[in-house]
Write a protein that binds this ligand. Structure first.
Ligand SMILES: [Zn+2]
Length: 216
C-alpha cells in the first residue's frame, strides 16, 4: 500500500469566493476559471464524492482515469496528482489533501452495479450515475449521456490487492478532511455526492460534503 500523502492548505475559509453544501444524493455542476482552487470537504467523514471533470471549452475532452494513472505511475490520487483529460491535457492538479488517498478505479454506483454488488432488490435505489445524468441534462446544449466518463471517488478507500483485485474497504477519511485542487484552464466539475447505503466506505451512512472555491 502506498504511503498516505498529507499536505495542508494555507487557504482560509473566510476568503473563499464560493461555498455550498451538497447533501448526500445531490449533484453539483460548476465551471472553474483558470487558476481557481476547489476544495471538497468531507464534513462528517468517510463520504464518497464521485467527481467528473471536463474541459469547459471542449466537453468531449473529459477526465481520463487511464491517462491520469499512466501519467503519474500510481493508481491512487493525492497531493501532486495531475488529473488529465483523454487528450493528456492537465485539467486540475491536487495541491492539498488531508485525507491522503483517493480512488479513481472503482467507478460510480449505478442501478445496475448495485444489483451486481449487493442484491437485485437494490435496483430502485438512488445512485451516482442517475445523479450525474440529472445534472448533465440541465446543460443539454453542451452535455449528453455520452459525456458520462470514468470518475474520481474522492475520500473513497478502494485498495488494490497484489493480485490486481479491488476491495471496497472501510473509509480512511474523517470529519473535516479535505482535498483541494487548482484548475489549469476552464474546467467543468460535476459531483455526485454518493447516496450509497450499501457501502462500508461511508459506514452505510451517506453524509453531506462542502465545496469551497478561491480565485487562486
Ligand atoms: Zn455512488
Amino acid at each position: 500500500m502506498a504511503a498516505f500523502n498529507l499536505i495542508e492548505s494555507p487557504r482560509k475559509v473566510a476568503e473563499a469566493v464560493y461555498s455550498k453544501t451538497i447533501l448526500a444524493g445531490d449533484g453539483w455542476m460548476h465551471d472553474l476559471l483558470p487558476g481557481q482552487v476547489l476544495r471538497i470537504v468531507d464534513l462528517e467523514g468517510n463520504q464518497a464524492a464521485d467527481t467528473l471533470f471536463y474541459d469547459a471549452d471542449q466537453p468531449e475532452d473529459h477526465y481520463s482515469a487511464i491517462a491520469t494513472i499512466a501519467g503519474q505511475a500510481n493508481v491512487y490520487l493525492t497531493a501532486g496528482s495531475v488529473l488529465r483529460a483523454e487528450s493528456g491535457k492537465p485539467l486540475v492538479t491536487i495541491i492539498a489533501d488531508t485525507c491522503g488517498r483517493h480512488d479513481t478505479i472503482g467507478g460510480s454506483c449505478s442501478a445496475q452495479s448495485n444489483t451486481v454488488r449487493y442484491a437485485h432488490e437494490k435496483l430502485h435505489m438512488h445512485n451516482c450515475r442517475d445523479t450525474f445524468m440529472l445534472q448533465l441534462s440541465k446543460r443539454e446544449a453542451d452535455y449528453t449521456k455520452r459525456d458520462l466518463a470514468p470518475n474520481v471517488n474522492f475520500f473513497m478507500n478502494v485498495p488494490v490487492t497484489a493480485e490486481g483485485g479491488l476491495q471496497f474497504a472501510d473509509g480512511v477519511s474523517a470529519p473535516g478532511y479535505y482535498v483541494e485542487m487548482q484548475s489549469h484552464g476552464r474546467t467543468t466539475v460535476l459531483i455526485s455526492n454518493c447516496p450509497q447505503l450499501n457501502n462500508p466506505c461511508n459506514a452505510y451512512n451517506p453524509t453531506p460534503v462542502q465545496v469551497l472555491i478561491w480565485n487562486e
